[in-house]
Design a protein around this ligand. Structure first.
Ligand SMILES: Nc1ncnc2c1ncn2[C@@H]1O[C@H](COP(=O)(O)OP(=O)(O)OP(=O)(O)O)[C@@H](O)[C@H]1O
Ligand SMILES: [Mg+2]
Length: 504
């Protein structure tokens, strides 16, 4: 079956390293995945596998010592790693929202809940400005991106030459001829770079000039439209005031006078509502969103402080804040680990409901396969900075292929006994020295020689299911998944069949 769904976000060949005193940490090593409209993609893996680093890269909030060494993150045709800062701010927290593990640290303890929800709305409350920005946004982004692309192209080229220069400086030479050859090579590259820089500059400047002209034109049109809108709002108001005045002309009793004043006031409020997001409107919207995320008595809760909320309620508020911007993608990084089990289930249900109602795309990060089962449409299993297997949820749960996925499945506590069946032996590798080959080999009883030498490619299991394990190579010996896993799959399939029979 070919995927016909709309792709909202796609991460391609992402490589993220961190500079540390002990060396370079290879946190994310060539990660690629797509997120489709209205689906939940769960990223699952042990602590340190690179889940949070991947999501932070999408949000553009990586630590200062991070180096994005390769890859791109495409959102609506733009590479988030290349877009201008301006556009990035528009996307982050607006089109793409994020909920973190600890709701307390994302709330300000000394600011009332209501204010924290309305803050962002009131910060950009000028509807005329919003209208203007909206009208010019496409052209502005286009223009800015062209400049950003130019800088990226030049900087990337420059970085390679800097790296070469650094490498040659460290190199020890056997003879003078070798050194001279290297120096010539470097000089050639430097000459080439000069040309490249000039050509790139010329190429993009020409393009940018055209786009700037277009932008100026659009800005002029947008100004005119905004002016017309403002004018029409004012005219409408004047007309209303005139009507009210004529309606109440010659009144004398105080009741009538009060009504007259009331109507004038309403007309003014109506006018202001068209020009600004007023405090009252922001509050209305906030209370509506608080209701949406299941806060009881939202009018009362609106005036309270975070400490007056339970952990679960705080997480609901964090979700509410993320929703005020109407995001298209919601990244949830272990949003329930700090909560107890019943509350956890409620929050998961809430996220599922909101996702369905708003047709959101969700990236849900967890180390808990039990949670995955409740949330995921598709699953990506991460180990040591790589996705080792991905597929539809049922493919991962009923037809897992990678020994690491088997290990994860054997380690979920049993639903009935709540007992952890089998801990995964050993520990994840030190990511300063990621192993060659399949990083899980050292902990896997199914490892073959090749697993220690060569990185397995993604073998196709189905159109939607891929796994990076040499076990799927045609030359590999036939290996069955561990009995404990196949037994669980059998039991859950039987239970599902029984349920279905009961329902029919
Ligand atoms: N700023 C940093 N400097 C150095 N190393 C870092 C930095 N941030 C993350 N790392 C390392 O990157 C690797 C991946 O970390 P990440 O936070 O993505 O793990 P995770 O899968 O989210 O784990 P957890 O389940 O514990 O949240 C880890 O080895 C971590 O130590
Ligand atoms: Mg994490």
């Amino acid at each position: 079956m070919a995927e016909t769904k709309e792709k909202v976000l796609s991460v391609n060949n992402l490589v993220v390293n961190f500079r540390t005193d002990n060396g370079l940490v290879h946190a994310v090593r060539d990660v690629s995945f797509d997120v489709f409209k209205g689906e939940t993609l769960c990223i699952v893996g042990e602590s340190g596998s690179g889940k949070s680093v991947t999501s932070k890269a999408i949000m553009g909030i990586l630590a200062k010592n991070a180096i994005i060494a390769n890859g791109n993150i495409m959102y609506r045709g733009e590479n988030l790693l290349e877009v201008s800062e301006e556009e990035f701010y528009k996307i982050r927290g607006h089109k793409i929202g994020m909920i973190f593990q600890d709701p307390l640290s994302s709330l300000n303890p000394i600011v009332r809940i209501g204010k924290q929800i309305t803050e962002a709305m009131l910060l950009n409350n000028d509807k005329l400005k919003l209208m203007y920005n909206d009208l010019i946004s496409d052209d502005l982004i286009h223009y800015k991106n062209t400049l950003a692309k130019m800088n990226i192209a030049i900087n990337t080229e420059k970085k390679t030459i800097d790296a070469l220069r650094y490498e040659l400086k460290k190199k020890s030479y056997k003879n003078e001829a070798e050194r001279e050859a290297d120096e010539r090579l470097l000089k050639e590259k430097e000459e080439h770079f000069k040309n490249f820089e000039k050509e790139t500059h010329e190429k993009y400047t020409a393009e940018a000039k055209v786009l700037k002209e277009k932008l100026k034109e659009t800005e002029k049109e947008a100004k005119q439209k905004v002016k017309e809108y403002k004018h029409s709002v004012n005219e409408e108001y004047k007309q209303k005031v005139a009507n009210i005045k004529s309606k109440y002309a010659g009144i004398s009793n105080s009741d009538e006078k009060a009504k007259y004043k009331e109507e004038l006031k309403n007309a003014k409020t109506e006018k202001m509502d068209k020009l600004k997001i007023t405090k009252a409107e922001a509050k209305r919207r906030a209370i509506q969103i608080m209701k949406e995320v299941g806060i009881p008595e939202p009018e009362k809760r609106y005036r309270q402080y975070p400490f007056e909320f339970s952990g679960g309620m705080r997480q609901r508020i964090v979700i509410a804040i993320a929703l005020t911007a109407s995001p298209e993608v919601l990244i949830c990084d272990e949003p329930t680990t700090a909560l107890d089990v019943t509350i956890q289930a409620q929050i998961l249900e809430l996220i599922n409901r909101i996702k369905a109602e708003r047709n959101l795309s969700c990236i849900f990060i967890t180390h808990d396969l039990g949670v995955v089962a409740n949330m995921a449409d598709r699953v990506a299993v991460m180990y040591a900075g790589k996705i080792v297997e991905y597929g539809k949820a049922e493919e991962i749960f009923y037809e897992p292929k990678h020994p690491y996925t088997w290990a994860l499945l054997s380690s979920i506590p049993d639903v009935d006994s709540k007992e952890k069946l089998e801990a995964i032996p050993g520990t994840p590798p030190n990511m300063i020295y990621p192993p060659e080959g399949d990083a899980f080999a050292a902990r896997s009883k199914y490892a073959m020689n090749i697993d220690f030498r060569k990185q397995p490619p993604y073998f196709k299991v189905s159109d939607t299911h891929y796994a990076a394990t040499w076990l799927l190579d045609e030359h590999a010996p036939k290996v069955e998944m561990p009995k404990i896993v196949s037994e669980r799959i059998r039991i859950s399939l039987e239970a599902a069949a029984k349920n279905q029979a009961v329902n029919e």
